[in-house]
Design a protein around this ligand. Structure first.
Ligand SMILES: *[C@@H]1O[C@H](CO)[C@@H](O)[C@H](O)[C@H]1NC(C)=O
Ligand SMILES: *[C@@H]1O[C@H](CO)[C@@H](O)[C@H](O)[C@H]1NC(C)=O
Ligand SMILES: *[C@@H]1O[C@H](CO)[C@@H](O)[C@H](O)[C@H]1NC(C)=O
Ligand SMILES: *[C@@H]1O[C@H](CO)[C@@H](O)[C@H](O)[C@H]1NC(C)=O
Ligand SMILES: *[C@@H]1O[C@H](CO)[C@@H](O)[C@H](O)[C@H]1NC(C)=O
Length: 387
């Protein structure tokens, strides 16, 4: 399948608050059109992102210290580790890739010391490896780092520049705007209108690499569950922190599981050139990725919360159900998920596949499923009604 080119298109995606919020327009390969549902009413109809986008983004690990060597090596590693085969296809450069001033024609100039070969050459490189490339701009005068110009007043020009370079995905931030440009005056929440101009939108401010930040982003994102659908996703609880070192393995498993079941884009945010076996087990979990990429595209919800525990669930194709039970407290506890909370008729006999143990449980379940969960840990299942 050829690489889709981003067409010239003026987008104005805004954000919430004053954080680095963003919206994304990106390309995605055309999947077969899933049949039995009708979510597609108001979508940006570019046939992209029929499942949540997957890839890598430079920001969480590298911040402003990104350069073309890192981007090329990351591209190579996505391929050699097999992550690209699992679906991680976008290589996305975040803030700080350009010089502070535009050239005499008003065009962006890639930072001469960090991107000396230019972005077109880098895009060609990424494409030559079978992957896609993303870039970053901002609806204001400067981006959030204040180290490069934003696209305010240059929207069409920049769109043409990105298209000419072969860019496949744009993350569009909203720092340093002058307050005049949001297309939907008075409504700064992109979840409510982002579907008209992008394939995903931020629902939160930036994540940090710790448990409290991660669960708070998950909570904020959950509120907008009904707005997610094939072609338009609540992209963000933000990029992934898995592999950056600030959480335990169990906490990162919770992080990845919630993002997956919430149909958030899975954008790796660590240094892919140096991933541990543990990190690879998490971001490389095919069964969890399959829940994220399920063609129905229905974002899971928290269907029950009691004290420190939560039950998340959402329907999947073929009448199966994704179930995630999370213990947010400090002690190991037993958590019960009830069929009447997760949309399964009470008398149904269910087979449960544990997606982190990679095994189908011998026991069959009726009415409910109970699991013992460690502190800051979870279990994730696909439930299949069998009778
Ligand atoms: C370009 O990159 C160099 C090296 O990282 C950095 O010192 C400089 O500040 C960058 N220029 C801009 C305008 O960000
Ligand atoms: C980029 O840097 C090189 C040497 O580091 C210099 O020769 C060249 O003139 C610079 N180009 C621009 C556009 O600043
Ligand atoms: C690679 O990751 C390990 C932790 O997994 C870290 O200690 C080490 O500093 C990293 N190396 C580089 C070059 O970033
Ligand atoms: C649904 O079931 C069909 C027929 O068994 C199978 O080919 C397909 O892969 C399944 N789809 C998913 C997403 O599980
Ligand atoms: C779970 O379901 C079983 C029947 O399979 C029932 O006996 C049990 O009381 C239920 N447990 C809870 C906590 O509801």
């Amino acid at each position: 399948m050829g690489i889709y080119r981003w067409v010239s298109l003026i987008i104005m995606l805004l954000m919430i608050g004053n954080g680095r919020c963003s919206s994304k327009l990106h390309k995605h390969k055309h999947h077969h059109h899933p049949s039995s549902y009708s979510y597609r009413r108001f979508l940006l109809s570019n046939a992209l992102a029929l499942t949540p986008p997957m890839g890598w983004n430079s920001w969480n690990h590298f911040g402003c210290n990104v350069n073309e060597k890192i981007v090329k090596e990351t591209t190579d590693e996505l391929v050699s580790t097999g992550l690209s085969k699992l679906g991680y296809e976008y290589v996305n450069i975040d803030d700080c890739w350009a010089e502070l001033t535009r050239d005499d024609k008003g065009n962006f100039v890639p930072n001469n010391s960090t991107f000396p070969s230019g972005i077109k050459a880098l895009a060609d490189y990424v494409h030559s490896k079978g992957l896609k490339i993303g870039i970053y701009s901002d609806a204001g005068y400067y981006t959030c780092s204040n180290k490069m110009p934003g696209s305010l007043g240059h929207e069409e020009q920049d769109a043409k520049t990105f298209a000419s370079w072969g860019i496949d995905y744009l993350k569009y931030d909203n720092c340093n705007n002058d307050g005049s440009k949001p297309t939907v005056r008075g409504d700064m929440h992109p979840a409510k209108w982002g579907y008209q101009v992008g394939n995903s939108w931020r629902t939160t401010t930036d994540i940090s690499d710790n448990w409290e930040s991660m669960v708070s982003k998950a909570d904020m994102n959950e509120v907008y569950a009904d707005l997610a659908r094939p072609g338009g996703w609540n992209a963000d609880p933000d990029m992934l922190e898995v592999g950056n070192g600030g959480m335990t393995k169990d906490e990162y498993i919770v992080h990845f599981s919630i993002w997956a079941i919430s149909k958030a884009p899975l954008l790796i945010g660590c240094d892919v050139r140096n991933v541990s076996k543990e990190t690879m087990e998490i971001i490389g979990n095919k069964e969890v990725i399959a829940v994220n990429q399920d063609p129905l595209g229905i974002q899971a919800k928290k269907v029950r919360m009691e004290g420190d525990w939560e039950v998340w669930s959402g329907p999947l194709m073929n009448s199966t159900v994704a179930l995630l039970v999370v213990n947010r407290g400090g002690y190991r506890i037993s958590i019960t998920a009830h069929w009447d909370d997760i949309g399964i008729p009470v008398d149904t006999i269910v087979e449960a596949r544990d997606l982190w143990e990679h095994k189908t449980l011998k026991q069959k379940f009726v009415q409910n499923l109970t699991a013992l969960i460690d502190s800051h840990a979870c279990k994730m299942y696909v439930l299949k009604p069998i009778a």
